[in-house]
Unconditional design. Structure first.
Length: 131
C-alpha cells in the first residue's frame, strides 16, 4: 500500500511508503521528462503531471527491488549530482533519471502507460479536475 500527501514537489518517501504531489505544479522539467520517457518507449500523449504521478507510483511498485542500502546509495548519487550541478538543467535531469531508482520508476511508467491507457486517462481527468 502506498499513501499520498500534498507537498511542495513530487517525491516518494520509501521509509513511510507514500508519494507526495505538489499543490502547485512546476512544469519546467516537463520537456526533458517526456523526452526521457519517449526514449524508453512511451507511446502516448499523457500530460506530464499525470506521468509524474505515475512515476511516483512507480517508486511504490518497484521499491521492493532495492534494499535500504541500495536506496541510500542511490540517494547519495542524486545528492552528488546536485552538488556537481553545472547550470545545465537538462543534462542534470537526464543524469538524475538514469539513477537506478529513478530509471526503474520510469520503466514502470512506460509499461503502465502503454498497457493501461484507459486507466491513465481516467487519472488524468481526476488530476485536471483537482487543479
Amino acid at each position: 500500500h502506498c499513501g499520498c500527501r500534498l507537498d511542495k514537489e513530487f517525491y516518494f518517501e520509501p521509509t513511510d511508503n507514500y508519494i507526495a504531489i505538489p499543490k502547485k505544479y512546476d512544469n519546467e522539467p516537463d520537456y526533458t521528462f517526456i523526452k526521457v520517457l519517449r526514449a524508453m518507449g512511451l507511446k502516448n500523449d499523457l500530460d506530464c503531471m499525470t506521468l509524474s504521478v505515475l512515476h511516483e507510483l512507480g517508486h511504490c511498485q518497484t521499491e521492493k527491488y532495492f534494499t535500504c542500502k541500495e536506496w541510500e546509495k542511490d540517494s547519495q548519487a542524486k545528492d552528488k549530482l546536485e552538488q556537481n550541478y553545472n547550470g545545465n538543467y537538462e543534462e542534470y535531469l537526464i543524469k538524475y533519471w538514469q539513477t537506478k531508482t529513478e530509471n526503474i520508476a520510469n520503466e514502470w511508467v512506460v509499461m503502465y502507460a502503454n498497457n493501461f491507457i484507459e486507466k491513465c486517462e481516467a487519472l488524468e481527468e481526476l488530476l485536471i479536475l483537482s487543479l
